[in-house]
Write a protein that binds this ligand. Sequence first.
Ligand code: ZN
Length: 397
Amino acid sequence: MTNRTTKLTLSILVLICLAILALSLTGVLPSGDGAGTSGSSQTSAGEPAAGTTGSASASQATTAPLVTGPLPVETGEPEPTPALGLRRWPAHSCLPVVRQPDLSAYIGKADETKPLQGITVILDAGHGGHDGGTSCADSSGRTLIVEKDVTLAVSLQAQKILTDYGATVYMTRSGDDWLSVYNRIAQTGKWILDRFIAELPGRGYSGEAVAGLLPQLEAMIAINSDAADSGGRGLMLGVGASADARLLLDIQNQYPDVVLISLHCNAYAGDSAVSGLQVYYLTNESKYSKEIEYVQYSNSADNPPAYTLYDDTSRQELAMQLRDSILNQFPELKFTGENDLLAGDYAILREMNLVSALVEMGFVTSPDDRRILLDPDCQRRIAQGVADAVINYYCGQ
Ligand SMILES: [Zn+2]
């Protein structure tokens, strides 16, 4: 190497070093220890900065935001209107993968003390307040059972058991309150959206594209009505999904570590011998065929496209586990009719893209089922069946 070449090489190296130093000081480059840039009030990893309290500040102190740009959202147009009259959104997410929990870590952990640590279960006790749901009275008109009381009692018992197993439990209601179904959909939607927005900076994204969803969900919660003309259904249209609704459902699709279980009771006034448990779940095709029916009745050519990214397999699996685990506690609740596992187009299953199922725990019109549904110890055993189902769903092979 000549003397001149050596001088030139040294000069280039000095320039590179100066450039790196300048970038480090301006905060463009992260520092090597992950504890934030120099000169800030941040402390070493894991310790909240002085004057701050709580777990939120602890996590902020450990991770410097590395936002590189807004979350990209695909706005592609769906296929042309087919002969049946309802287009479908493409069967892929309009969002990049922001979170992907490793569910394989739960497999085989059923016997651990806290097998559901990290899992969230949303329990939806059907009805409440002025909406008692279904009921049954004796010949003198005396009320024997009211659905809303049973759904709440079992949900509260399931909350205790699931919490003991390490799950986070979110209750859509925990008292005798009336909340519209769309209020419950918006509450849970907001609960997940808040978490998603909080996770975005850690993945390099700012959240402008999804921020507009929050006020829409807050309005649905405030209006608290299921009536179609009330505004309470907000961005959820019933038939088809707007671009905003698709966005919200695609966000929820990134939460396979959350399940929703809605608890109800059945009634069949014509025959008190009809009894037992039925579990409903929703699939893409069952929902689409219902939507096609509505479109034909409404004769509307401008419905937004149908949403197509529900996880059919997981929904069916959860429904099956619920049926089997509750029947394991109560073989007497075996359905006397033909089908105890059914596709159902309920709003609570349709307007949220979580793995979900709706359990009809028994018939209030059956004396045998009433004995089980009203007894506190039997309610606890049904709740145990619900909790076992969640464990089997996540921890089974
Ligand atoms: Zn009900």
